[in-house]
Write a protein that binds this ligand. Structure first.
Ligand code: PXL
Length: 254
């Protein structure tokens, strides 16, 4: 069985963060490993507090785990601190890990910041060049590239800028564009669109679920395009079966 590692924040609702990643890994047929980079106190309506795990402790988790089990793929989610970003970069380089997926998480679906000030620039400089794929949504792609995205052409423009930061491929997930979801994949040569029907409503954890499913299929040796197509379908099915357990956003069923 292949293994996939998530390095992410804890979300007590289980809808996003490392809890969601582990569920998705399991559902997609890989063995899930995890290292905790941050904690949140949140429910389906709000994030009340966030805290970083000390960078030295994240390093310890990664060294201890990876010196024993080498993951076939890994993803990062909420890293929160600059120290966490640097600890991940060190581990990826030190252990020469491939199949790194970076979900450049910036704010929660409820609007709370999930990375400290200056963290995105460090993520861009230190981790993007090591990545197989980065998976920003439209807001994150705008924040990272400086390109405002109002149209499919803008998505392509932003993807070119993001590719120049060094990842092998960029996937801008378009969950937030009108009636369709358009995930745009760019590998530096070709653009490939994965288009699907958008399901109306407010859902928590779609970005985490997409990047975790992508990671799981990369761990199993698939191409980026194949993994992205499967991941979009996986997210749509999870949205279709989402739960209204709390008073806020719905939680995806994985
Ligand atoms: O979906 C982004 C995300 C990632 N990680 C954690 C989160 C969230 C959104 O709330 O809580 C821990």
């Amino acid at each position: 069985m292949k293994t996939a590692l998530t390095i992410a924040g804890s979300d007590p609702t289980g809808g996003a963060g490392l809890q969601a990643d582990l569920k998705v890994f399991h559902a997609c047929g890989v063995y899930g490993l995890s290292a905790v980079a941050a904690l949140t106190a949140q429910n389906t309506g709000t994030v009340r507090a966030s805290a970083a795990v000390p960078a030295e402790f994240l390093k310890k988790q990664l060294d201890t785990l990876i010196s024993d089990i080498r993951p076939d793929a890994l993803k990062t989610g909420m890293l929160y601190s600059i120290g966490s970003v640097l600890a991940v970069a060190e581990a990826v380089q030190g252990f020469e890990l491939d199949n790194l997926v970076i979900d450049p998480v910036t704010v929660s679906s409820t609007g709370a910041p999930l990375i400290e000030s200056g963290g995105l620039d460090i993520l861009k400089m230190k981790l993007f060049p090591l990545a197989r794929v980065i998976t920003p949504n439209i807001y994150e792609a705008t924040a990272l590239s400086g390109v405002r995205i109002d149209s499919p052409d803008d998505m392509e423009k932003a993807a070119r800028v993001l590719k120049s930061f060094g990842p092998e491929a960029v996937i801008i997930t378009g969950g937030h564009l009108e009636h369709e979801t358009v995930d745009l994949i760019y590998d530096g040569t070709l653009f490939h669109k994965v288009v699907g029907k958008k399901i109306p409503g407010e859902y928590h954890g779609t970005g985490c679920t997409f990047s975790a499913a992508l990671t799981a299929w990369l761990a199993q040796g698939n191409t980026v395009i194949y993994a992205a197509e499967k991941a979009q379908v996986f997210v749509r099915e999870a949205i279709r079966r989402a739960h209204a357990f709390g008073r806020g956003m719905k939680l995806l069923h994985v």
